[in-house]
Ligand binder design. Structure first.
Ligand code: SF4
Length: 335
């Protein structure tokens, strides 16, 4: 492992300034990475594997971002709150899609360590990305190609991808967040801004070398999660029942009034290079009389343009079935 500097900071402004100043200084000396670290559950793996060798780490685990507050129907969650603590919050216990996206993720040990901010920003699990002996990876080395397209790709994405990169975004929580219309508060050298979670990540078919839109020195301070006035649920399909990433998943928030879908929000997991907001399916469903036929039509519309390779060709059908079943279970419409 290459030596790196380590700094611990106690407030958000100092954290942002530390990364910004260090990154500017190192850019003058030569390319390098200066980054924040909190729970470290992804970053330490990458450093051990030799995939990522930062010059400097700024530890933000002590920032005062550990609160969860309910503000006018919106849960405001500090970025340092752990997945385990958030899952225990009374409002989250009542919100099935949020609760289950947390409790079905990772393992109890990891959920106790991993922060909400880090989970949303986690790096891809692509085995080729995480193997430094593999030279073809447009995410690590732009222009080098993609080993996964011709390789073993069972756990890769089929939406928001092309032959340049089929990396999956594996967060369960982020899938629920896009279904709930959640937002992220950011703090950076240019000040503060709030953006929808749907605008946070960069699709692989837009730019495989970028995971998100954060600028240098910019960090997530809070999530804003509207508490839904609707039923919800999260269905995760995976190879084993515990400590496994989704092959497909569906986060559904829906309210049916007089048989009509008055509100619907859908996120899909296990299929997208970003936490996938199923806007096409929502358009088919919104304002229409709920029925199994309509659910089938909506799910088919969402998966119509899936990009598959050998190994992922089963995913569009599995994702379609996952979404239809979750729409049925959340709305309790069965015919
Ligand atoms: Fe790299 Fe993306 Fe291809 Fe994986 S899928 S090898 S991350 S370019």
């Amino acid at each position: 492992m290459r030596p790196f500097t380590y700094t611990r900071v106690d407030d958000v402004a100092t954290a942002s300034a530390a990364v910004t100043t260090d990154a500017v200084a190192r850019a003058v000396q030569g390319p390098g990475d200066t980054a924040f670290i909190a729970g470290g559950t992804t970053q330490l793996d990458l450093m051990r594997d030799g995939v990522w060798s930062p010059d400097a780490l700024v530890d933000i685990s002590r920032l005062p971002l550990n609160d969860v507050e309910l503000d006018d129907g919106v849960l405001v969650v500090g970025a340092s709150v752990t997945m385990a603590d958030l899952a225990r919050h009374p409002e989250v216990v009542r919100c099935a899609v949020l609760r289950d996206s947390l409790l079905l993720a990772a393992s109890p040990q990891l959920r106790t360590m991993a922060t909400i901010g880090g989970n949303v920003l986690q790096r891809t699990r692509c085995r080729y990305y995480r193997d430094p002996t593999v030279t073809q990876c447009n995410k690590r080395e732009p222009g080098s190609g993609c080993a996964a397209v011709e390789g073993t790709a069972r756990t890769h994405a089929v939406l928001g991808v092309d032959a340049g990169c089929i990396a999956l975004h594996a967060s369960d929580l982020a899938v629920a967040l896009v279904a709930l219309d959640a937002q992220v508060r950011l703090h950076g050298p240019g000040g503060r801004r709030t953006i929808p979670v749907t605008d946070l990540h960069v699709r692989a078919d837009d730019d495989p070398s970028r995971d998100n839109v954060l600028g240098v020195g910019e960090l997530i301070t809070h999530l804003e999660i509207p508490v839904p006035d609707a039923r919800s649920g999260y269905l995760k399909v995976r190879d084993r029942a515990s400590y496994e990433f989704a092959l497909t998943s569906a986060a559904v928030v829906a309210r049916v009034e007089d048989g009509v879908l008055a509100h619907v929000g859908i996120g899909l997991g296990g299929v997208g290079s970003v936490p996938w907001r199923a806007r096409r399916a929502e358009e088919v469903l919104r304002g229409q009389r709920a029925s199994m036929a309509l659910f089938e039509e909506a799910a088919a519309a969402e998966l119509a343009d899936a990009f598959t390779v050998t190994g992922t060709d089963f995913k569009p059908e599995l994702a379609r079935r996952t979404l239809v079943r979750q729409l049925r279970d959340v709305t309790e419409v069965t015919a």
